[in-house]
Design a protein around this ligand. Structure first.
Ligand SMILES: CC(C)(COP(=O)(O)OP(=O)(O)OC[C@H]1O[C@@H](n2cnc3c(N)ncnc32)[C@H](O)[C@@H]1OP(=O)(O)O)[C@@H](O)C(=O)NCCC(=O)NCCS
Length: 245
């Protein structure tokens, strides 16, 4: 018998099941139901679930940010399919629904950050029309240790984001020591969970220094992107700045 799968917007009643799928997918990570609820109330987000005859089999979240050039970006963030339901292209169907929401809301392009060794995710996003950007970026994360240093000025861009995992800052454009210190201070002042910075190898303040500044390595990633506005004659500049996640 063929099972009926419905891809639909997430509802408040889905939170418990969504958290269960998230725990199964990333068993080593802490999951805060309150954080998921916070995201669902954030108007910048559109989250979807795969509903298999009343069972939540997967989810994806998307949200807006702005690039330094003022373009509206649609960030396809956390995607997960319950291990029992993998291999049925539910990931693609979730991403397609999320893309449709971003396109409808007027984003210039969609992007997602994929770990260099995450083959299942790469195949999924490629099938949804995303292209891999060549630059490999190293993710560094600094958790808020709640010992705030005085506010400082840096020249990096700081974006405040809410995800299913955390509320935090993404540092973009400048990864000098000054900007890293300023980002940590801002995160502490705003009582957020963490700062993420995606650093191109060539721009890396040395690894030891990153750790002195409170940043821990969290793997190598690449941006995958999909323009929305080609058909309207708006061309993509071809420049993708590294961001943080
Ligand atoms: C990414 C994910 C959502 C895709 O779910 P899905 O739609 O069920 O897709 P699958 O897991 O079947 O993987 C997609 C394809 O990659 C293939 N694949 C998976 N792992 C692979 C590997 N290690 N090497 C080669 N191919 C692989 C699958 O066979 C499938 O191809 P097929 O359709 O031709 O059989 C799911 O794998 C998942 O939840 N992964 C863990 C969470 C995650 O990594 N999320 C994305 C980052 S936030």
């Amino acid at each position: 018998m063929e099972v009926q799968v419905k891809i639909r917007s997430v509802q408040a009643l889905d939170v418990f099941s969504l958290v269960q799928v998230k725990k199964l997918t990333w068993p080593d990570e802490e999951v805060r139901q309150s954080q998921v609820e916070k995201v669902l109330c954030d108007p910048a987000h559109a989250a979807f679930v795969a509903d298999v005859q009343g069972t939540l089999a997967g989810f994806v979240d998307g949200f807006f940010t702005h690039s330094a050039q003022g373009e509206l970006r649609w960030e396809v963030d956390l995607l997960a399919v319950h291990p029992d339901w993998r291999g049925r292209q539910l990931g693609q169907r979730l991403v397609d629904a999320c893309l449709a929401a971003g396109r409808e809301l007027g984003a210039a392009f969609a992007r997602t950050l994929i770990q260099t060794e995450n083959t299942a995710s790469q195949i999924t996003f490629e099938r949804c029309g995303f292209q891999r950007r060549p630059t490999v970026l190293r993710l560094f994360v600094a958790l808020n240790d709640k010992e705030c240093s005085p506010p400082a000025a840096g020249s990096g861009r700081l974006l405040t984001v809410n995800t299913f995992n955390y509320s935090g800052l993404w540092l973009e454009e400048d990864y000098s020591e000054r900007s890293l210190v300023a980002a940590r201070a801002a995160c502490c002042q705003a009582e957020l969970d963490l700062v993420g910075a995606l650093v191109i190898q060539a721009n890396l303040v040395d690894n030891g220094k990153m750790s002195e500044l409170g940043f821990t390595e969290a793997g190598d990633y690449q941006w995958w992107t999909k323009p929305f506005l080609e058909s309207q004659g708006i061309s993509w500049s071809g420049k993708w700045h590294s961001g943080g996640k």
